[in-house]
Design a protein around this ligand. Structure first.
Ligand code: COA
Length: 634
């Protein structure tokens, strides 16, 4: 399996091609130009790196994480793989042919193997949560008013997608693929027994005009456009949300939404059973078709201001279990905005269609929008009452819901997530030392891990491939020979500080070089995956380099990390991708850094608290080292 962004270990199954869910044709009544298409056409295709380059870089990447004799064995396997006229060359030719005939040789495969064939629950294991700063309301009325503004803000952003007026984004001066923006509205994942699929109704000839609102586990269809196509105003939305809340008191109705927290095969089976009933099928279809889901969460036990962000991370990631808000969701929905009564606010998104950065760009826009002063009261118009979705619950559905509750509660108990606001410094300090802040943070993570475990581990950082048409991510392997030398030297009292600084500079530079290589499409992981999938495509047996123990070690990411930067003071969060690992997501702001760290309680080797403290310590100690050690001028 591959998962989040996608950092998980992979057991890639041979797979066929999927429907071209990435070949998006944005549909909108107000679409005025082909700006999006012409931009997309101008982007380069994802390259297939040279075979020899990947093999060499793979060996280098293994050095800090496998033993010498294992490395020797892998070298032999790679030599055989690369032999003139051998299997590697054949697969490489196949990939190059595929690249010549596709918009992106990887993207359709990637969605399949990284997401749709990944069978663990999307909750915690794949869908990230996003924690926003606590908003300044503390009651139901405040919740509803804020929610109304948030909906209006999302619709405002959507109009830029529909009109193709969304500003093109750039990275290092290069334009980025904008496709992910066209994938997140009106889309939904659909469970299957072995493989899921995605539908995107924005592309239909009659794109949806409603959202779904869920309150006290009860789902409603809320039309958010008037018949002339104009969006409802915040006032009008407020009145509609009021109606929804007053017609959905807390009851012991079955929380159908909790089914979406299940293992995908179990949910696939339960889904087939649920939608056998015509009414249920219509209810599910209304949710799937909706532009997005708004979750109005019930009150939670009060928490201290200190732990508020960590508790909010739980709420965004999985809802806190069946007795709290896990049933107040439809986790298959690409976009779910979540608002609690106590000012808690954030989102959860299903990962298959997009990475974090486009979601955060949307959130940044919405947060700014909600800060605007209230517009003058809009004229009273008659608005029909939002339709409540009434599910028919059969004994089998009730049984499936009970099982989902139990499984969700076990997962909720197992996940330990903590949000840390590292307040000592932000991007400013590494920048002042002429270092890439991202590389500095990644090396701090390496140091933190080494201090806890006296070893280096395979580490995943997501790198954007959006410089290429339909590009998603590749892996930056943060554990390098240079990072290993630095972390081993750091607490060694026999080493001089000048030497440590030299090693730190080398480690940071090595990370930055890997990043540059990865975002230019020259990293190793997606290429290796492509070679493996190409073998399956050609019905060949799995090449030896992929059954090698070193390959499993390389994919066992005990540190699964990602930077998701934003203008808003928020942080994304996700679970670990291996049972004995950590998930670390961070948002480096100028003067501080927001981190979300997670691990599983069931693993006795890991501790979120210890890791969070170790990261803070590593960052502070690295700064102290730099400040106390004059650097030779070059
Ligand atoms: N000296 C001074 N400043 C430097 C510097 C140096 N040596 N190196 C970088 N900087 C500056 C940059 O100019 C930039 O400035 P800004 O704050 O004005 O924009 C800032 O430091 C940040 O640069 P850096 O820390 O190097 O990171 P980045 O912005 O290049 O991002 C990645 C690196 C890997 C995160 C990015 O390339 C990427 O791929 N992001 C996508 C990840 C993703 O998809 N995540 C979601 C998965 S769900």
């Amino acid at each position: 399996m591959w998962g989040i962004c996608s950092r998980t270990m992979v057991k890639v199954n041979p797979c066929g091609l999927i429907k071209p869910c990435h070949l998006v044709k944005p549909v909108s009544s107000t679409r005025v130009s082909g700006r999006y298409q012409s931009h997309q056409r101008g982007l380069p295709g994802l390259p297939v790196p040279p075979l020899q380059q990947t093999c060499e870089r793979y060996i280098t990447a293994l050095e800090p994480i496998v033993e010498g004799d294992e490395l020797q064995h892998t070298k032999q396997l790679l030599q055989e793989f690369q032999r003139a006229g051998g299997l590697g060359e054949r697969l490489q030719r196949g990939l190059e042919k595929r690249a010549a005939n596709a918009d992106n040789w990887l993207s359709q495969w990637w969605v399949q193997v990284a997401y749709l064939e990944y069978r663990l629950p999307v909750v915690v294991h794949s869908s990230p949560g996003l924690v926003l700063p606590r908003m300044d309301f503390r009651d139901k009325q405040g919740q509803i008013r804020f929610a109304a503004k948030l909906i209006a803000g999302v619709l405002d952003f959507k109009s830029m997608i529909d009109n193709e007026t969304l500003p093109i984004e750039y990275m290092g001066g290069k334009p980025l693929c904008m496709n992910q923006y066209y994938e997140v509205m009106s889309s939904c994942r659909i469970p299957g027994v072995k493989r899921d699929s995605i539908v995107n109704h924005a592309k239909s000839s009659t794109p949806p005009k409603h959202i779904t609102v869920v309150h006290n586990h009860q789902f409603f269809v809320l039309d958010v456009y008037h018949s002339d196509g104009s969006p409802l105003t915040a006032d009008q939305l407020c009145a509609q949300l009021d109606k929804i809340c007053s017609s959905s008191p807390h009851t012991d109705l079955e929380p159908v939404g909790i089914l979406t927290t299940q293992h995908r095969d179990a949910w696939g089976k339960a889904y087939a059973n649920l939608t056998k009933d015509k009414t249920n099928k219509e209810c599910v279809s209304a949710i799937q078709r909706s532009v997005f889901t708004l979750c109005l969460d019930g009150a939670r036990p009060p928490v201290s201001e200190d732990s508020h962000r960590s508790i909010a991370a739980v709420q965004m990631l999985h809802g806190g279990g069946s007795s709290l808000n896990s049933g107040n969701r439809w986790f298959d929905k690409t976009l779910q905005f979540i608002i609690g009564e106590d000012g808690t606010c954030g989102a959860n998104y299903e990962h298959a269609p997009a990475e974090g950065p486009p979601i955060v760009a949307l959130i940044d826009h919405v947060v700014e929008y909600t800060k605007k002063p209230d517009s003058p009261q809009s004229p009273m118009v008659h608005l029909s009452t939002p339709q409540k979705l009434q599910f028919n619950i059969t004994p089998q559905i009730k049984k499936d819901i009970e099982q989902a509750k139990q499984d969700m509660n076990i997962l909720a108990q197992d996940l330990d997530v903590k949000v840390v606001v590292f307040g000592h410094f932000g991007k400013n300090v590494p920048k002042a030392h002429q270092m890439s802040p991202d590389a500095f943070i990644q090396i701090a993570l390496q140091l933190a891990y080494y201090r806890l475990y006296q070893r280096c581990c395979a580490t995943y950082e997501s790198a954007s491939l959006r410089m290429f048409r339909l590009g998603r991510t590749d892996t930056i392997r943060s554990a390098s020979g240079a990072s290993a030398s630095f972390v081993k030297a750091f607490d060694d009292s026999s080493k001089q500080n000048t030497e440590k600084v030299d090693l730190l500079v080398k480690a940071v530079n090595a990370h930055r070089s890997y990043t540059t290589m990865a975002i230019s499409g020259q990293a190793i992981d997606r290429h290796l995956l492509g070679l493996k999938l190409q073998a399956a495509e050609e019905k060949l047996s799995v090449p030896d380099i992929f059954t090698d123990a070193a390959y499993s070690k390389a994919l066992h990411y005990r540190l699964s990390t990602s930077q998701v930067p934003s203008k808003t003071d928020c942080v994304m969060c996700f679970g670990p991708v291996v049972s004995d690992g950590y998930g670390v997501c961070y948002n480096p702001m100028n003067q501080h850094i927001n981190f979300a760290v997670s691990s599983f309680n069931s693993c006795t080797d890991t501790s979120t608290e210890r890791m969070a403290r170790a990261v803070e310590g590593a960052l502070c100690d690295m700064r102290t080292l730099l400040e106390q050690t004059p650097r030779a001028k070059l």
